[in-house]
Design a protein around this ligand. Structure first.
Ligand code: IMP
Length: 425
């Protein structure tokens, strides 16, 4: 399997958790490199469903070491809760997980700030998950953030936490938001500090040692290309580099150690939160995709916006991420459709374009140009090989591969592990 970066090539929720789970069978280490508990990676095992937010998805298998890389923003309370929940279900996270000492920590004041920014933006709000992600990354860039290393030094942590909380309280007071009580917040953190401090290490050493020893590392991306803070539909993005470059800066594993990049792509498109989405279907077809695909956010429960496959978005994403292969998920959601549309160009201000515009305002103004292909109108959920797929479904995948410009290597036709198979087109 070698060292593989797995990333979403759309707006997140491509089904990365499921593909990671399937691939984890073959890897030694799974590492998260960006984002935080805004992510919700769903893995279904024997009719049991796990939704992972901060713990790498590899934890559901017995084997892999799970690493939270330096690029991740960690909310200690959320991670403590997630680990406790997994322990209750028989998964001992602590014995198989390391957290980078360089991770930035998210505290309650970041979450409040996230909510405050959003309400100030009013109708222009980003639609964040309100998990404090943006404010925590802002603290990192402002060089006032608190890092996981401090979990191992409670006195140092207490001093820094007090300083930061008091600073945020000044802002809350100004904005008329109720202030936080330092002692109460500090008290609340204690069980989390106790659980997490022993897991904090220099994960750069762990990961590079694993690479040197020829172990296989899977880099677990969260969100997706079009939510990347540099390349996404700014400002309607998250605050990290969700693209493959982030895997190196977010872990300390150099590019020369990366062997492949697998892009995960849903057979149609979804998006949660605000921002441009040219192929969005605000009609009965959109409702149909949402219902059949169970398109509700794994973290916030919000209904996802649904639309047709957008080849411009995915091709550009495959380019930026350097995708050496693609996994197509949720093909089965299209099973009943008579006709399927694929967006192959946009009309932007009267001009036809076939490359995704770099200006999000142009993406917002884009009118999709569609190609229509026949549906297969039969179930694919029982397919286990390429030849089990109906001819029209095969043709759909071949067309996707042509449009994306990277080989389709994996197809998923349902939420369970066994509903995934490798293909060679
Ligand atoms: P934030 O990451 O909470 O700041 O949210 C910024 C944008 O990214 C919002 O549109 C969110 O809905 C979106 N977002 C964040 N995490 C995810 C995810 O895991 N899946 C899909 N969208 C996400």
């Amino acid at each position: 399997m070698a060292n593989t970066i797995l990333v979403g090539l759309q707006w997140g929720d491509e089904g990365k958790g499921k593909i990671i789970d399937v691939l984890t069978e073959k890897v030694d280490v799974v590492v998260r490199f960006q984002g935080g508990n805004n992510a919700g990676h769903t893995v279904e095992v024997d009719d049991e469903k796990f939704v992972l937010h901060l713990v790498p998805s590899g934890i559901v298998r017995d084997r892999a070491l799970c690493v939270v890389g330096n690029g991740v923003v960690v909310n200690p309370l959320a991670l403590h809760e997630e680990m406790t929940g997994l322990a209750e279900r028989g998964i001992d996270v602590a014995s198989r997980m390391e957290i980078s000492s360089r991770c930035q920590l998210i505290f309650q004041y970041h979450c409040l700030m996230d909510g405050m920014f959003e309400s100030k933006l009013g109708a222009n709000k980003i639609g964040t998950t309100k998990r404090g992600i943006g404010p925590a990354y802002a603290d990192k860039a402002n060089r006032v953030g608190i890092r996981a290393a401090d979990l191992r030094h409670p006195e140092r942590l207490r001093t820094r936490f007090r300083q930061q909380l008091e600073f945020y309280n000044l802002l809350f007071r100004e904005a008329g938001v109720p202030e936080l009580d330092f002692e109460a917040e500090w008290e609340r953190l204690q069980p989390a500090i106790e659980m997490l401090a022993p897991l904090v290490t220099d994960t750069v050493l762990t990961l590079n040692r694993a690479a040197r020893e020829g172990k296989d590392i899977l880099f677990e991306g969260a969100q997706g290309m079009w939510l990347d803070v540099d390349f996404g539909t700014y400002p309607f993005v998250t605050s990290s580099n969700t693209t493959s470059g982030g895997a190196c800066t977010g872990t300390g594993v150099p590019p020369s150690k990366i062997d492949s990049v697998l892009g995960v792509v849903k057979a149609y498109t979804t998006r949660v939160g605000s921002g441009p989405f040219p192929t969005e279907l605000e009609n009965e077809m959109g409702e149909r995709l949402r219902a059949k695909g169970n398109e509700f956010g794994a973290t916030t429960g919000r209904p996802r916006r649904c639309g047709w496959f957008d080849a411009l978005a995915v091709r550009y994403a495959a380019m930026v991420n350097g995708a050496t292969g693609v996994a197509i998920t949720k093909l089965d959601v299209l099973d009943e459709l008579e006709t399927i549309l694929l967006c192959t160009a946009y009309e932007v201000n009267g001009e036809r374009v076939t490359d995704m515009p770099s200006d999000p305002m142009d993406i917002a103004a884009a009118v999709p140009v569609y190609e229509s292909v026949p549906g297969w109108q039969q179930s694919t959920t029982g397919a286990r090989t390429w030849s089990d797929l109906p001819k029209a479904a095969q043709e759909y995948l071949v067309r996707l591969q042509e449009l994306i410009g990277a080989p389709v290597q994996i197809v998923s036709v349902g939420p369970r592990r066994d509903q995934t198979f490798e293909v060679q087109l």
